[in-house]
Design a protein around this ligand. Structure first.
Ligand code: ADP
Ligand code: MG
Length: 250
């Protein structure tokens, strides 16, 4: 059981290649982190895995528990168990948070089966309590007028409710103050499980003080250039991303 990315190449519509052969395996039960400088292709990788438009895969494969997901629509990938918490979460005007998550859960049920409303709200409130989110966020339109930190927390709420098999968190730590970071980490740690794989994308080591990864990858210029244990994140923080230059030359 794993999310396997093999020699993935992807380009923009204008032909600019952003991912230049990414190979990565995230087994269920493990938490992996990808660190790397701005512009190295981290968000592009997460969007290509989740099926975002605007990127063309020119080579390589992405499989989820052995199943090729590159031919699937965003929706199908989501139902297959991929979840992406966006670096810049989108606003969905006119749709309340509670209805948005409810619709996503309903869509996962077999035809004709109705989501139990009482159980749904009970679970929603439990998760909001864990994330210290005010109940007023159930009625507000998805992310509309939310602060940066509130949007990030809301992404984690969706993740907790959908219980995806593979979670990708793109810079969920950026824009969070330390208290919010701890709360988000609590939510993510609550999701850790032997049958779930997680990929944390982050520019900073800070998040990894609260969510201990099993494996750390360093991405630079569209490739994974180094893989190691949690100590790699500390090394990167200490030396800065300049040390990548040595790696790319070597
Ligand atoms: N839709 C897009 N249009 C134009 N350039 C893009 C687009 N998506 C990504 N890029 C470019 O691809 C490179 C990698 O971007 P991104 O994946 O966001 O990097 P990271 O998340 O590591 O900071 C950057 O140079 C960025 O400007
Ligand atoms: Mg990014």
């Amino acid at each position: 059981m794993s999310l396997v990315i093999t020699d993935l190449h992807a380009q923009l519509e204008d032909g600019t290649e952003i991912l230049k052969g990414v190979t990565l395996e995230i087994p269920a039960g493990e938490v992996h982190a990808i660190m790397g400088p701005n512009g190295s292709g981290k968000s592009t990788l997460s969007k290509v895995i989740s099926g975002h438009e605007g990127y063309e895969v020119t080579a390589g494969s992405v499989t989820l528990d052995g199943e090729d997901i590159l031919e699937m629509s965003i929706d199908e990938r989501s139902r297959a168990g991929v979840f992406l918490a966006f670096q810049y979460p989108a606003e969905v005007p006119g749709v309340s948070n509670a209805n948005f998550i409810r619709a996503a859960l309903q869509a996962r049920l077999p035809k004709g089966q109705e989501l139990d409303a009482v159980a749904y709200y009970k679970s929603l409130y439990e998760k909001m309590d864990l994330l210290e989110m005010d109940r007023k966020f159930t009625a507000r339109a998805v992310n509309e007028g939310f602060s940066g930190g509130e949007k990030k927390r809301n992404e984690i709420l969706q993740m907790l409710m959908l219980e995806p098999k593979y979670c990708i968190l793109d810079e969920t730590d950026s824009g969070l103050d330390i208290d919010a970071l701890k709360i988000v980490a609590k939510g993510v740690n609550a999701m850790r499980s032997t049958d779930r794989g997680m990929l944390l994308i982050t520019h900073y080591q800070r998040l990894l003080d609260y969510i201990k990864p099993d494996v750390v990858h360093v991405m630079s210029a569209g490739r994974i250039v180094k893989t190691g244990g949690p100590e790699l994140a500390l090394e990167l923080e200490e030396k800065g991303y300049d040390f990548l230059k040595e790696l790319t030359v070597a």
